[in-house]
Design a protein around this ligand. Structure first.
Ligand code: SAM
Length: 268
């Protein structure tokens, strides 16, 4: 079990789709145009949200392999309808334990959405080296960058953000997680390995109409903050109670910072 439920992934999928940087999706589509059949690996695929977004926008024949360690999520992914011209296969693999088990031969593109803030610097560097050796392009989207901004603001927002960001840096199975450092680390590591890197913001902006998502995020922030700062649990619960009330306002808004990244091997 990964701790990511299909319900949670479904709840976030519309916000993810809206947040993605359109210019980078277009860059990727232009890079892929003209290929006979694009072979794509989607790491930490969950139920296939990344495929659902990208496949119709890449105007070429595609063969996707969805990789996840959670069999139940992969079963959901396999049960979904697939767009015309797209083949999919699912592979259960614990990427933290067996990165070397990924076969990159013949792969054009390695992608992943909402995964790279969970991995460690060392794991990412090994992935980047493997992608460089195989000559793959990479497209990693919706990587958390540490920004959490509520409107209206509240006295303890800064404390919650700080505790949550520390929690994001804890081990999520891959060693100490990159957490909010992930976007910067990925760009640096890929450039050092000889990739050309392009990035763009892909923040979630969640308005009052998406109260269910706002509230689910709020509970996640609270649980993480309490774990890191148990001595402040009472204050944190009071903060969450005030925030739940504020979430009923028509101007309630939450921004969660993310970044999208596209990189391809530079010549020579
Ligand atoms: C935040 S979810 C994102 C899922 C999907 N990419 C999306 O955007 O909806 C992270 C995904 O990574 C998977 N994951 C976490 N640790 C993993 C590991 N060690 N090996 C393989 N997959 C893993 C989880 O099962 C989950 O599906």
């Amino acid at each position: 079990m990964s701790g990511f439920s299909a319900d949670w992934l479904a709840l976030r999928e519309p916000a993810d789709a809206r947040a993605r940087a359109p210019e980078l999706t277009k860059r990727l589509a232009a890079f892929c145009a003209g290929k006979q059949k694009l072979r794509i690996l989607d790491l930490g695929s969950g139920t296939g949200s990344n495929l659902r977004f990208l496949a119709p926008r890449l105007k070429v024949a595609q063969s996707w392999t969805l990789v996840d360690h959670d069999e139940a999520l992969l079963e959901r992914a396999a049960a979904n309808e697939v767009p015309a011209g797209v083949e999919i296969a699912c592979r259960q693999l614990d990427l933290a334990k067996d990165l070397a088990g990924l076969d990159l031969s013949g792969i054009d593109l390695v992608t992943g959405s909402a995964l790279m803030d969970l991995v460690s610097a060392d794991w990412f560097d090994r992935l980047a080296a493997a992608c460089r050796a195989a000559g793959c392009a990479v497209f990693f989207v919706l990587t958390y960058d540490g920004v959490m901004e509520f409107r209206p603001t509240e006295r303890l927002d800064g404390l919650v953000r700080e505790l949550f960001n520390r929690h994001q840096g804890e081990d999520k199975g891959f060693g100490p997680a990159l957490g909010p450092e992930a976007p910067k680390h990925m760009a640096r590591a890929l450039i050092a390995k000889g990739f050309r890197v392009e990035t763009a913001p892909s923040d979630w902006v969640i308005e009052a109409g998406e109260r269910k998502l706002q509230l689910a995020l709020l509970e996640g922030f609270l649980a993480a903050a309490e774990e890191i700062g148990p001595a402040r649990a009472e204050e944190l619960r009071d903060w969450a109670a005030r925030r739940r009330r504020l979430a009923t306002r028509a101007d309630a808004r939450l921004r969660v910072g993310h970044e999208d990244l596209f990189a391809f091997p530079s010549e020579g």
